[in-house]
Design a protein around this ligand. Structure first.
Ligand SMILES: *Cc1c(COP(=O)(O)O)cnc(C)c1O
Length: 453
């Protein structure tokens, strides 16, 4: 490219950047700006992000336009560029536990941003120490040391590496329907064949057993021991999220804990989705009165404002990383902005009693949804949940897709895409008002009445 063309190209990019920055700065946008944003977004996805999103996105409106572009959010709602408001019952698959842009979380992050955004990587950064102490106080049992990450899959990677280093073993037991993330290590624990197959072989040593089947778990432990492949750890979600809100059978998690103890294996709870108050307790581990050796956190951990995750482990296990703290590292994990967000988030969860609220509102929500589905047994197979983690399972994918599409048109966002709608998940902000719950339920009832079995 000649210097001249290069300059002209840069000038064009620069103009575009300034236009975008102007829009970001604006508190209100007009109609012309809204349609420019919509066009640029759809074109950008088609030409430069991935056109596949335009097909599979749940944001398909009646008539099949792909025009729903989000722009702002607050409380338990978000708005699209045209100003239409939606009650967010998908909640980014459970990231908005303290609500969208909770003022205390936003304040902590902006206050921190005014002083320092990221850490030097060399001096001791104070917020990491303070957040680790808070986590030791609020996590179950004797979980004590924390390592910070930027996402759920990174938390799982950290847990797997810690378990390997501690145990000097390489076998892991995971469960069917499990979701632990999509990087190569965590994908090894994830169950869905469609996501795994193109990337095989993954990390050697993973065995999957049916979730909830304690006999299979026990037999697998026995076989592993017999063939000299001792189990480093069992990894599971106390309540499976992505798998379709699957609750563990009575006593299951306690029995898994006992098997782990019997075989000297660790128990890793992936609470990326169940943690931070979603199920009615701060952590689902408390619901079942089981203390894992390592707990994985992310999603709501950063308060829906910053990407943030963590693992918290018992000292006995974590001390494998004492001699050399650089055995596992990440540049951005535990950065001051993320820590400020997580600290404020935990503060809000405790002060506003949000775990308890999730339990109460969730029980009401579940009951009302069940009532609304009466007479539609030909469409709805089961409605189940714990706290504000609720799943509506349909007999067929297509019914779920039609229901989620209909609800979206009426201002309620629930999960449900063309390829995955058999069980739609309801995971709103734990701050959701009862009136909003009622609106969601009446919308569900109305749409259900219109959809054909
Ligand atoms: C979402 C999720 C993950 C992965 O988190 P990412 O931040 O998307 O990497 C891992 N485990 C569970 C249980 C999850 O729900």
């Amino acid at each position: 490219m000649s210097i001249d063309i290069n300059n002209r190209q840069n000038q064009k990019v620069s103009e575009y950047i300034n236009k975008v920055l102007d829009l970001i700065e604006k508190e209100e946008i007009n109609e012309a700006e809204a349609s420019w944003i919509t066009k640029e977004t759809v074109d950008g996805f088609r030409e430069h992000v991935n056109p596949g999103f335009l097909e599979y996105r749940k944001t398909v409106t009646e008539g099949g336009q792909f025009a729903a572009v989000e722009w702002s959010d607050n409380g338990s709602c978000f708005k699209d560029v045209n100003g239409k408001e939606y009650i967010d019952c998908l909640g980014g698959f459970g990231i908005y536990n303290v609500g969208h842009r909770n003022p205390k979380v936003v304040k902590a992050v902006t206050d921190q941003l005014k002083r320092q955004a990221l850490h030097s990587q060399d001096l001791l950064d104070p917020l990491r120490a303070m957040l680790a102490k808070i986590l030791a106080d609020i996590t179950p049992g004797d979980l004590k040391y924390a390592f910070f990450t930027n996402s759920g899959t990174e938390s799982v990677e950290a847990a797997l590496k810690l378990a390997k280093m501690y145990s000097e073993r390489t076998t892991f037991i995971s469960t069917t329907r499990a979701f632990h993330g999509k990087s190569l290590g965590s994908l090894s624990g994830t169950a869905k064949g469609m996501f795994r197959k193109p990337f095989l072989p993954l990390i050697p040593g993973f065995r999957h057993v049916p979730f909830g089947d304690i006999d299979m778990m026990q037999k697998t432990f026995e076989v592993c021991a017999a063939v000299g492949e001792d189990v480093a750890a069992v990894i599971l979600e106390p309540i499976q999220g992505e798998g379709g809100i699957i609750l563990p059978p009575e006593g299951y998690l306690k029995q898994v804990r006992e098997l782990c103890d019997q075989y000297g294996s660790l128990l890793i709870f992936d609470e990326v989705q169940t943690g931070m108050g979603r199920t009615g307790k701060m952590f689902a581990a408390e619901l079942y009165d089981v203390v894992p050796d390592i707990i994985c956190l992310a999603k709501a951990f950063g308060g829906g404002v910053m990407p943030a995750g963590a693992i918290v482990a018992k000292e006995e296990v974590f001390k494998s990383w004492f001699p050399n703290p650089f055995m596992h590292t990440t540049t951005f994990g535990g950065n001051p902005l993320a820590c400020a967000a997580a600290i404020a988030t935990i503060g809000v969860l405790i002060e506003d009693h949000l775990p308890e609220r999730a339990g109460e509102v969730g029980a009401y929500f579940l009951e009302e949804l069940k009532k609304a589905s009466k007479g539609h047994e030909d469409k709805v197979q089961e409605i189940r949940g714990q706290g504000l983690m609720i799943g509506i399972e349909f007999h067929q994918d297509e019914i779920g897709y039609e229901v989620s599409k209909g609800m979206f048109d009426r201002g309620v966002l629930v999960a449900g895409t063309l390829i995955n709608s058999k069980t739609i998940r309801i995971e709103p902000a734990l701050t959701i008002a009862y009136e909003e719950v009622d609106k969601v339920v009446s919308t569900f009832k109305e749409v259900l009445g219109q959809v054909k079995a």
